[in-house]
Design a binder for this molecule. Structure first.
Ligand SMILES: [Ca+2]
Length: 233
């Protein structure tokens, strides 16, 4: 009887650990920051979509002339099997208005230098599409991978700061953490702080409701492990 109770206890503990691990895998990637864990607004690793043409669901929208330009790929992925592949295309993931401050993390990969650039930032969807005059440009905390001389730029679209270079065939994990007390943000790339106390020039951060991913580089650009988090413990 004692052995049966012990086995039952073992099974219960194993099940609890398994469920906790699964929960952690779903909710925590991208929001562990030093000793701090930030609450996740959303996370997507694209593992739940079939390989092939990306059918935008779960808050995603694809802005492109052809849906053929947005695909779920199993060619490159960050730490698992699938990623979102954009070819001269833009994807928006709408997560809704959140209490400021909001940060984001994303893994990006280009398999060639190509032309143009690829980029990520937070936006107000309606403003960015030109229908909300309250926030002007309506894009915040832009990280811009320029193909010409492979420079990584960060800023607000107008005032940009070079913060490193990039190589094709390499994953870059971009993490942006705002600090509302100083109206600045920090940029981390592959866990290295490459931009500190960067200026926030556009007002009305409380209007942020989406994350924006774009490939205009005439090359295949892969995006994975997209997360948005509330930037406070
Ligand atoms: Ca993935």
């Amino acid at each position: 009887m004692r052995g049966r109770t012990r086995r039952l206890h073992f099974v219960t503990v194993t099940l609890a650990v398994t469920l906790l691990s699964a929960w952690l895998n779903v909710w925590l990637p991208g929001v562990v920051f030093g000793q701090t864990v930030y609450p996740t607004v959303f996370f997507d690793d694209f593992e739940q979509y079939p390989v092939g043409i990306f059918t935008p669901t779960r808050g995603w929208q694809v802005l492109t002339s052809s849906l053929l330009d947005a695909n779920i790929s199993d060619v490159h992925a960050y730490g698992d099997a699938k990623s979102l592949l954009l070819k001269d295309a833009t994807a928006l993931r709408i997560f809704g208005l959140q209490p400021w401050p909001v940060g984001y993390q994303i893994a990006v990969y280009a398999d060639a230098v190509g032309q143009g650039a690829f980029e990520v930032m937070l936006v107000n969807k309606d403003g960015f599409l030109g229908t909300n005059p309250d926030c002007g440009y309506c894009g915040w905390m832009l990280v811009w991978f320029e193909s010409f001389n492979r420079t990584i730029w960060v800023g607000d679209g107008n005032q940009m700061t070079a913060c490193g270079t990039w190589m094709p065939g390499t994953w870059y994990v971009v993490k942006v953490v705002p600090d509302p007390s100083t109206n600045t943000f920090d940029l981390w790339i592959n866990n290295t702080l490459v931009g500190r106390d960067l200026g926030m020039y556009w007002p009305h951060e409380e209007l942020i409701d989406s994350i924006y991913l774009r490939s205009g580089a005439n090359v295949d650009v892969y995006f994975d492990n997209v997360s948005v988090f509330l930037a406070r413990p």
